[in-house]
Structures are given as structure tokens and as C-alpha cells.
Design a binder for this molecule. Structure first.
Ligand SMILES: *Cc1c(COP(=O)(O)O)cnc(C)c1O
Length: 365
């Protein structure tokens, strides 16, 4: 079986460095918000090109804390793509604000800038852009709208670590950005982890308190905060893996372009790269096909694992049953047709070639 993602293989490349990092933290005797987290925050801010980085417990918390820190809550609206992973939307509702779903662009699967303006009201406070599947959103038109209506831009970078739009990394394209280091992401920890990047000093200071019970100084609580800190033991692991991120993304890109150039099938719609190659870091290689379950069964019978990102759109989830009658035709069609092929920095080109051959031989009858 060609696995969808071989996490063990990805991490075992760093076995010695990981063990050294764990050893260092163990022997430091300091396990929460110590020098290792500080070092990772500095390294990651530098990598993204931002002034600040705050390590937090996971990607959902990163989003939630940003929205909280900007005082976006009850009565406020946040624009978000209708086809995103549920976490982007949960971060808005958990703050008491209203997610306003907007249809994606059918080619890029990212927020369609021309759809945004008609959803802006006097209650809109922010646009939450999601660089879905690893491709940077088309930020220039979005920034123009945000500026015109005085809205914050919050980036969900959980799938796009390292992607570059107009010479700047994602995480440095809006007011604040959330990252996830969930093990399967392009930069993954050995457990949960997350970070926020920003150039906004006030926001940075507030976030440092918010993640730590709302406190800058022990036992003095400025805000009603959270306990959401990046684990000290994950920090050296992330520092090590960060050094390899660009190289890993380049390997993903090589596989993606091999797929793009060699898959030729009237049954398959390939992903579309809107800007230059560096704008996409290929967290997922998502194709579309009309009879998806038939295709997936065919792939399985040829020993190739595929996955769906995502099978059910947020507005059709039980958790958001109040939205069940809303119509998002582009999003719904996508969710019925998308299927992800294996892609990772440790895949052999041999396997990639096999996948291409199998896909090209796919017949619908
Ligand atoms: C993974 C992911 C998140 C959530 O990150 P966690 O660390 O799992 O909480 C948020 N948004 C998107 C788009 C994601 O893919």
C-alpha cells in the first residue's frame, strides 16, 4: 500500500535531533514557557518575516486568541470561506461572534475576493482568510477591501507554512496569523502545537498574557485568559524541523508538478496554481472527480490510499444545524468531488510515478 502520509518516516529523519531536544528540556528542569519556546518563537518570527511570534497550544487556540485579542465578540461578524476546515469557523463562534460564510473561488478553492464585499455589514470586523491546501490567497484585492472598510485581516496558515505571496511569507500578509503544528501539517510537532505571528506590538503583548491566564506577571490577571501554551518539549523539535521546512516544501512541489504535468485524464480535474510556484506549499494535492467513491475504491484496489478534505461542508454539520438551509453551491459541489492524492516530503518518485500511471488508467465504466 502506498500510504497517504507516512508520519513516522517524516519524523525518523530527525530522530537524533529530536532525542537531543527532549534530553535538553528534560535536563533543564523547566517545562513551561522556557528558553526553548522563546527560541522557537524567535526562529519562526524570523522565518515568517514578522516582528513577533507567540507559541500556543494548537491552531484552533491560535485563531481563537487572535479574535479574542481584537475584542471581536457578540454582535460582530467575521467573513470566512464556506469550504474551510471547521476550526476556522469554530474560532469565530467560540468568541460569540458570527461567522459569515462566503463561497470560494472554484479554481483555487480560496476565498473569492469578488464575493467578499456584498457580505460586509456595519457589524463586520474582520476577514479570516484561509490559505487552503497550502496555496496562498490572492491577498492584494482582499487587502484593498479590508483597508476600505477598516477590517482586520486574520490569516489561517495552518496548511500553508512557508508559502510566499509577492515576496512575503504567509503569516506576514495580514494583521495577525494562526499556525498549527498538528503532526500532519507541513511543519508538524510530535503532538499538538500552534503559533501566532504578527507585527502588531499591542496585540503581541496582549496575546502573551491571554495564553497564560491573562497574566503578564504571576498572580496578576489583566484579562480573562486561557491556558494555551506551546509545550516546551515540542519547541526544540519544531526548531529542528523548521530548518528543513523549505526543503520539504520543495519536495512536495516537485511531486505536485510531476502530478500536474503527467496526470492526463478526462475524469480528473487537477488543482490550479494562481501565482508563482512558491505561492503553494502543497499541504494537500486535491483533485476532483465526479464519481468519487468509485475512484477511491479503484485507487484502494490498486494499493493507493486516498483521503477526502473535506467530506461535509461546515454549513451541513450538525454543530451548525442553524445553517442547514443555507445554500453554498460551489462549496457543496466541491465537497462531493474532492479527493486528495498522497503527497509528502518523504515519498519516493517511484511511488509518485505509479500513482500517475494508475490514475491515468482510471475508467468510469
Ligand atoms: C489543522 C487546521 C486548523 C486547526 O489546527 P489544530 O492545531 O488542529 O487545532 C485550523 N485551520 C485549518 C485550515 C487547519 O487545517
Amino acid at each position: 500500500m502506498i500510504p497517504f502520509l507516512d508520519l513516522k518516516k517524516i519524523n525518523l529523519r530527525h530522530e537524533q535531533a529530536i532525542l537531543n531536544g527532549v534530553h535538553k528540556v528534560l535536563h533543564s528542569g523547566w517545562y513551561i514557557l522556557g528558553n526553548e519556546v522563546k527560541k522557537f518563537e524567535n526562529d519562526f518570527a524570523e522565518y515568517c518575516g514578522t516582528s513577533y511570534c507567540v507559541g500556543v497550544a494548537n491552531g484552533l487556540d491560535a485563531l481563537e486568541l487572535i479574535i479574542h485579542a481584537y475584542d471581536i465578540g457578540a454582535g460582530d461578524e467575521v467573513i470566512v470561506p464556506s469550504n474551510t476546515y471547521i476550526a476556522s469557523i469554530l474560532s469565530i463562534s467560540s468568541n460569540g461572534a458570527t461567522p459569515v460564510l462566503v463561497e470560494p473561488d472554484e479554481l483555487t478553492y480560496n476565498l473569492d475576493p469578488s464575493e467578499i464585499e456584498k457580505h460586509i455589514t456595519s457589524n463586520t470586523k474582520a476577514i479570516l482568510v484561509v490559505h487552503l491546501y497550502g496555496q496562498s490567497c490572492d491577498m492584494n484585492p482582499i487587502r484593498k477591501i479590508a483597508k476600505q472598510y477598516d477590517l482586520k485581516i486574520i490569516e489561517d496558515c495552518a496548511q500553508a507554512h512557508g508559502a510566499i505571496y509577492n515576496d512575503q511569507r504567509v503569516g506576514n500578509l495580514g494583521d495577525a496569523a494562526a499556525f498549527s503544528f498538528y503532526p500532519g501539517k507541513n511543519l508538524g510537532a510530535l503532538g499538538d502545537g500552534g503559533a501566532i505571528t504578527t507585527n502588531d506590538e499591542n496585540l503581541f503583548n496582549k496575546l502573551c498574557a491571554l495564553r497564560n491566564y491573562g497574566s503578564h506577571k504571576k498572580y496578576e490577571n489583566l484579562f480573562k485568559g486561557y491556558n494555551s501554551r506551546l509545550d516546551e518539549i515540542q519547541a526544540p523539535i519544531l526548531c529542528e524541523k523548521l530548518k528543513w521546512l523549505d526543503q520539504d516544501n520543495e519536495r512536495r512541489r516537485k511531486i505536485a508538478y510531476y502530478y500536474l504535468e503527467n496526470i492526463v485524464s478526462s475524469h480528473i480535474t487537477l488543482p490550479f496554481v494562481q501565482h508563482r510556484p512558491e505561492s503553494h506549499v502543497w499541504h494537500l494535492f486535491v483533485i476532483r472527480t465526479k464519481n468519487r467513491s468509485h475512484f477511491m475504491d479503484y485507487m484502494t484496489s490498486n494499493n493507493i490510499q486516498t483521503m477526502i478534505h473535506y467530506p461535509v461542508p461546515p454549513h451541513k454539520q450538525e454543530a451548525y444545524k442553524e445553517w442547514k438551509d443555507l445554500l453554498f453551491p460551489i462549496s457543496e459541489k466541491m465537497h462531493e468531488e474532492v479527493v486528495s492524492l498522497p503527497i509528502s516530503p518523504v515519498m519516493q518518485m517511484e511511488d509518485v510515478k505509479t500513482i500517475v500511471e494508475v490514475v491515468n488508467e482510471y475508467r468510469t465504466n
